[in-house]
Design a protein around this ligand. Structure first.
Ligand SMILES: Cc1cc2nc3c(=O)[nH]c(=O)nc-3n(C[C@H](O)[C@H](O)[C@H](O)COP(=O)(O)OP(=O)(O)OC[C@H]3O[C@@H](n4cnc5c(N)ncnc54)[C@H](O)[C@@H]3O)c2cc1C
Length: 622
């Protein structure tokens, strides 16, 4: 039986990013992937948001993505485009790049890093004990690992086998989605709750609402014909499908991101409608948050409790995306009242503060982990400043290429002593004369030092003294290495204890998650209104803080919401034909499909942002 520190089930975007992060941190990792190659039939995601571009820059690989993608203003909320070219980041844009290309480029990077991938095999089950996990594969063989991470998509076998509930909202609408050839040229445009548009290779992409939300059988060419006839009165001589699938607007999130030695990330942890183009992006960012922590735990430099911060930090981010996609879904209704609401929203988004708030959220630039009180930068992403050092100029992101934490000292050289962490943390004496400006937040006071985690988030800020630095170093990078303390990650002979199973404990779940739950708050105010509408209202109401607005929901609370929920209204909603998915039904998405993009040149949203009257769900996704 082959043994690994970490086995990753699923080599999609999330699994590949996690494998890269673990490898950079020197961890023995293996990916098990069902597909025979990295090739993806469909395009699925249309591209990357600014923060994902930044994390690729942090690892020194962004150029290979930029070389193939197209930098554009792609952020939109409920069809209202938002320009972020005034955001203080080097990457003040998104990138149009099909998921198939993203995965190919990632796969090339993994080859360079030497990450082993076991293809054409599935993780079918596992059994965890005190020291590791036995993992059964579809070919009858098995593996042993200290940790197993399910990056195996919306239908995650790992999540299910771990007994982690996937709580949330049932679908209200089902779409049939296909890429086909047609004997006659249809008119391209939005209709039938979706639309018809050009696809790669001269094919035609079709996305249309189906009348029965509960269909679970495989869609056929006959189903597609019926949908076309319902909408256009003809099937346009449809034939030779490249793929046909169904998806819904199901919205769900894992109630826990860890169960002992098993974790979930990406679509395995959260699924939602595709509005805003966020799924792949937050999956990749889950991995960047988890990778270095897991590496430290398996190496024994940090206690297993460090893994608890993965859920504490990433689950609220996922919960917030669920909320914003439900809100966008509700705003997609085609009735005149919802149209009026969209116009009202579009008007608000012409104003700087609402635009920055929402665009910061969609682009992922405003993610703020709750690391306690302190300087406003604490928990935020570190900006990619141009630093001057004794060795010449360097960008902050360049210092993160090796995925190692860095302490930037802007005070006197020698003012900060981290000898006890010297092997784990880089110390760079630098100067920076420019403004300290952050997306959404604006300018903040210049710190005297900043401790930056491998994921690029600020773990400690010095304000003239080193108060709290040792604690921060210990919390994030393990105890003083001179103490000789080595933390066992196996604890042979011990039973899996509460701290390791902690996230399955309802006590743990309910402590951190409930109080500022926007769903609950909003439900109390508007209990007779459908969830998605409530979500939309709470966004329009301009909820103040992203991090206050996004908090995880314990399973029992979600169950209660579902029990209480009134009869769902199903808006005659229109889905952007180039941007849709149902991870739950289309779970692992490897048969995921999407109609090909409009001509990128015609998608300059900054040019389009002047218009204030918006069509249902016409977000400039990619
Ligand atoms: C039509 C469509 C449009 C989309 N548009 C966007 C967009 O514009 N922007 C965006 O950010 N996101 C978008 N998404 C979402 C995005 O595609 C997903 O969020 C992303 O693919 C999630 O990546 P993942 O690695 O978590 O999961 P997946 O991509 O689903 O990868 C899971 C992998 O696990 C493998 N697997 C499954 N089960 C097992 C098993 N038991 N053992 C081993 N391997 C297994 C699968 O073969 C697959 O390769 C879209 C999705 C669709 C379908």
């Amino acid at each position: 039986m082959s043994e690994h520190a970490v086995v990753i089930a699923g080599g999609g975007p999330t699994g590949m990013m996690l494998a890269a992060e673990l490898t950079l941190a020197g961890t023995n990792v293996l990916i098990v992937e069902r597909r025979p190659s990295f090739k993806l039939e469909s395009s699925r995601s249309r591209g990357l948001h600014s923060r994902t571009i930044e994390v690729l820059d942090q690892r020194g690989v962004v150029d290979r993505f930029l070389a193939e993608g197209k930098a554009m203003q792609v952020q939109a909320f409920a069809g209202v485009p938002m320009d972020i070219s005034d955001f203080p980041t080097r990457h003040n844009y998104g990138m149009a790049l099909l998921q198939s290309h993203f995965e190919r480029i990632m796969s090339g990077w993994l080859d360079e890093l030497g990450v082993p991938i076991l293809r054409e095999r599935e993780v079918t089950s596992f059994a965890q004990d005190d020291s590791g996990v036995d993992i059964a594969l579809s070919d009858g063989t098995s593996l042993r690992a200290q940790y197993l991470v399910g990056c195996d998509g919306g239908r995650s076998a790992v999540r299910k086998a771990a007994g982690i509930d996937f709580a949330g909202w049932d679908p209200t609408t089902c779409w049939i989605h296909a890429e086909v050839e047609m004997a006659e040229q249809p008119e391209f445009g939005l209709r039938g709750g979706g639309g018809i548009g050009p696809a790669e290779g001269g094919r035609v992409g079709v996305t249309l609402i189906e009348p029965d939300v509960n269909r679970t059988d495989e869609p056929t060419l006959e189903d597609l014909r019926a949908a076309l006839i319902r909408v256009d009165g003809t099937d346009h001589g449809v034939h030779s499908p490249r793929f046909i699938s169904r998806f819904t607007d199901m919205t769900r999130q894992a109630v826990a991101y860890r169960s002992g030695r098993v974790l979930v990330a990406g679509d395995a942890a959260h699924v939602h409608p595709p509005m805003g183009g966020q799924g792949l992006n937050i999956g990749v960012q889950d991995s960047v948050n988890l990778g270095w922590k897991l590496a430290q735990v398996v190496k024994g430099t940090s206690p297993v409790s460090l893994l608890d911060t993965y859920q504490a930090e990433r689950r609220p981010v996922g919960a917030r995306v669920l909320q914003n996609t439900m809100a966008q879904r509700a705003l997609g209704a085609t009735d005149e009242r919802t149209g009026a609401l969209r116009n009202f929203l579009a008007e608000l988004l012409t104003m700087d503060q609402p635009r920055k708030h929402i665009a910061g959220m969609i682009s992922g630039l405003d993610v703020h982990y709750d690391l306690g009180e302190g300087h406003p930068m604490l928990g935020l992403r570190m900006p990619d400043l141009d630093l001057a050092t004794a060795n010449g100029p360097v960008r902050v992101f360049e210092l993160l290429h090796n995925a190692k934490p860095v302490l930037l000292n802007f005070g006197d050289a020698g003012a900060l002593d981290i000898t006890a962490w010297a092997e784990r943390v880089q110390l760079v004496n630098a100067s920076y004369a420019g403004p300290w400006e952050l997306p959404v937040l604006g300018e903040v006071s210049a710190p005297s030092a900043v401790l930056v985690r491998p994921d690029g988030h600020v773990a400690w800020v010095g304000e003239g003294r080193d108060a709290g630095l040792r604690d921060a170093l210990t919390t994030w990078f393990g105890p003083d290495q001179r103490s000789g303390l080595k933390i066992s990650s196996t604890r042979k002979g011990a039973r899996v204890g509460r701290s390791e199973m902690g996230y399955l404990s309802s006590a743990t779940a309910s402590t951190s998650l409930t109080d500022c739950n926007p769903m609950r708050r909003t439900r109390n105010r508007m209990s007779s209104t459908p969830c998605s509408t409530r979500a939309a209202r709470s966004f329009i109401a301009g909820r103040k803080r992203a991090d206050a607005a996004v908090t995880a929901t314990p399973a029992d609370e979600i169950a209660r919401i579902l029990r209480e929920r009134e009869t769902r209204s199903t808006p005659e909603s229109t889905l952007d034909p180039i941007h849709n998915s149902d991870p739950a039904r289309d779970g692992d998405r490897d048969s995921g499909r999407s109609i090909q993009p409009r001509d990128p040149a015609s998608r300059d949203v900054s040019a389009a942002s002047g218009g204030r009257t918006i069509e249902p769900i016409t977000e400039e996704d990619f």
